[in-house]
Design a protein around this ligand. Sequence first.
Ligand SMILES: Cc1cc2nc3c(=O)[nH]c(=O)nc-3n(C[C@H](O)[C@H](O)[C@H](O)COP(=O)(O)OP(=O)(O)OC[C@H]3O[C@@H](n4cnc5c(N)ncnc54)[C@H](O)[C@@H]3O)c2cc1C
Length: 517
Amino acid sequence: MTSAAYLSRSGQKVLLIEKNKEFGGLVNSFTRDGFHFEAGVRALENAGIIFPMLKDLNIQLEVVKSPVSVGVENEIIDIDSINGLVKYKELLIRLFPESESEINDVIKIIRKIMRHMEVLYGIENPVFKDLKRDKSFLFKKLLPWLPKFIFTVGKINRMNMPVEDYLKTIVKNPSLRDVIAQHFFKNTPAFFALSYFSLYLDYFYPKGGIGKLSEVLKIKILEYGGEIKTETKIIEVLADKCLVRDQNDSSYKYDNLIWAADLKTLYKIVVTEGLLPKFKIKFDETKSTILQNRGSDSVFSLFLEVDVPIESFRKIANGHFFYTPSKSGLGETHRKELNELLRNFKNVKKEQILTWLDKFTKLNTYEISIPGLKDPELVPPGKTGMIISLLAEYDLFKEIQKAGWLNEFISELENRILSVISDSVYPMLKDKIITHFSFTPLSIEDRVGSSEGAIVGWSFEKSMPVVNKIQISDRSVLTPVPSIYQAGQWAYSPAGVPMSILTGKLAADKIIKKMKN
Ligand SMILES: Cc1cc2nc3c(=O)[nH]c(=O)nc-3n(C[C@H](O)[C@H](O)[C@H](O)COP(=O)(O)OP(=O)(O)OC[C@H]3O[C@@H](n4cnc5c(N)ncnc54)[C@H](O)[C@@H]3O)c2cc1C
């Protein structure tokens, strides 16, 4: 959508094709029985990108802060300022008093990373500025910032090892390590994971819900003369003819194509016959790397409509809450133990999986979102809508689906989550749930066409098939075929909403420049 907005603004003839009825993919909301829910991301981080993009496109979006709370067992703190880091340190020390000096070391590192983040996001991202016209930004902000940026990038690149391994060098107690890091994707680079404290302070929420961001972009695209076609799934790209074909066998001719969806799908559906050999060879090489890799961890989300007023929830935590009901930590539950179950799936009994599920739900960290605490107009009076989610492995759901008991498994998982959360942080949930439903990794794969139900692009567990260095991020949008560009969460790693927007702009810029020459 970012690409389409910028290209149509520059006067290009643009057609945005979307397979679903609604826009925005994982930046999307829906309403059920008067309750508002997020279908994907729960709150947005500016990261020096989203507000500059909105300003540059002259888009008004009313937003509120989306303060985060963090809780472990009975200890809950609000992260409302930089002082939240001190509260976090004290929380960890209360839970793990024997590890005080190690906790101090971890907090020192997080504080250092926060200073790096201040540099990284310290100015509006220059990609969204008109440097030819905005001389004041160029001379007063960008040029003085560049040396600090280069220095900081060097530091960041040195903290690229997986956060779990990084923490092992500082913290002996595995439970403490888990409590700090188990809600990140497996093998998340240490810098990215530990920078999250800064990002907690950066979260905001559009009034009316996350989907508002996609709505305002859609309006802008149409206003600039762009065309939008929904419920149209691209199933083939004929690279030599510059044609895409949809599920109804309609074809669309392009000069330039930006693929802002799953990259494994792109590489599977591009027909390269007729391309010059140098492009075809490079394409086949890249295809083989892309197809060997996996999407990131996925997520299981439980949606609740609750007959309790939001004020009761406000007393406990903010509307965006990372909660760990047990300080024991997941240990190997979601790694070795799960991998063994999956490796040997045909011989594993249902009871073994359910026993594993008990541990998985009791020891995990939950991301809990209550839209009504951010915008009270998003719930019926006297009631509360909640989304409780945890990172989940796509392969487990797939195997269970193949074995024919997916619905039963989903109910077992829902019941366990409800009992863990109502036995711990939200006892008022008992007997007060009007209705509930859930989305699995398979629903995500089906809805946005994301390989392995991934929610942030590529897994960090394998080699990285795309650019993962910020200083060369503008190359991330190139593919081996000169008229095809890539953008979004699969084009760069690590990714999320801001990087998806940034790559969208970078791809549009490349095309605008090419069309001018
Ligand atoms: C629970 C959850 C929490 C998250 N938390 C955060 C967070 O805190 N911070 C953060 O930055 N990010 C977060 N994310 C991730 C973030 O939402 C995504 O990385 C980002 O929205 C990806 O955007 P995208 O446009 O690249 O891809 P998508 O959102 O996947 O969009 C791709 C679009 O392409 C369409 N499409 C796919 N295939 C085709 C086809 N063949 N033809 C036509 N259309 C097609 C899809 O329908 C979809 O609309 C979270 C996601 C989830 C689900």
